[in-house]
Design a protein around this ligand. Structure first.
Ligand code: GAR
Length: 208
């Protein structure tokens, strides 16, 4: 059984999707053992506590340098014996120490079809604002491994979602979450825990 540590910063609906999938027995060979928040007031922490999941808070601002923060997060994750780290709306950039320590063992959920609308500055609602500003007819979500390039790691699963007339960023965000993020993130996590993801040349092959 692999230990899954989920990193959050906000509302935690993706964390909830993981918890619900776990309750339905859909996370095969994995268990959420800890939720780490960058924000002590994140509602995601309440979701974890209601489900008796251990929580930790680590704030960038409590460390003098980015390097100190990077080391502290790495030690926290090693101390929690994480086999898999999941970024579920985690809004703090990861440093090279943690990325190296967990190479191809950090999964992020991003609310667009990478390589569209991704990279620095593309997070949360901004992604959907940009998609609507461009006038794309299809958007979606991507579950991918994290490497040192922002949103540039190997893609695990993508799902497309239609943009509709009169969508606002908020309406589109909700549709992308419901139809894509909350489905593909638990699936990607389960595939990882079942050792069904092979990474080669910055791409993945899924063994089904
Ligand atoms: C989600 O839409 C997630 O894809 C996005 O933040 C939201 C968090 O919501 N992540 C990013 O934009 C990362 N670049 P949640 O806290 O309800 O899961």
């Amino acid at each position: 059984m692999k230990n899954i540590v989920v990193l959050v910063s906000g509302g935690g609906t993706n964390l909830q999707a993981l918890i619900d999938a776990q309750s339905r027995g859909e996370i095969k060979n994995g268990k959420i053992t800890c939720v780490v928040s960058s924000n002590p007031n994140a509602y995601a922490l309440t979701r974890a506590e209601s489900n008796n999941i251990h929580t930790e808070v680590i704030r960038r601002r409590d460390y003098d340098s980015f390097g100190d923060y990077d080391n502290a997060l790495t030690q926290l994750l090693l101390g929690q014996k994480a086999d898999l780290v999941v970024l579920a709306g985690f809004m703090t950039i990861l440093g090279s120490t943690v990325i190296k320590a967990f190479e191809n063992r950090i999964i992020n959920i991003h609310p667009s079809l990478i390589p569209s609308f991704c990279g620095e500055g593309f997070y949360g609602l901004h992604v959907h604002e940009q998609a609507l500003a461009k006038g794309v007819k299809v958007t979606g979500a991507t579950a991918h491994f994290v490497n040192e390039i922002c949103d540039g790691g190997p893609i695990i699963i993508q799902r497309a979602v239609e943009v509709q007339n009169r969508d606002t960023p908020e309406i589109l965000q909700k549709r992308v979450m419901e139809q894509a993020e909350w489905k593909i993130l638990p699936k990607a996590v389960s595939l990882f825990c079942e050792d069904k993801i092979i990474v080669k040349d910055n791409k993945t092959e899924i063994l089904e």
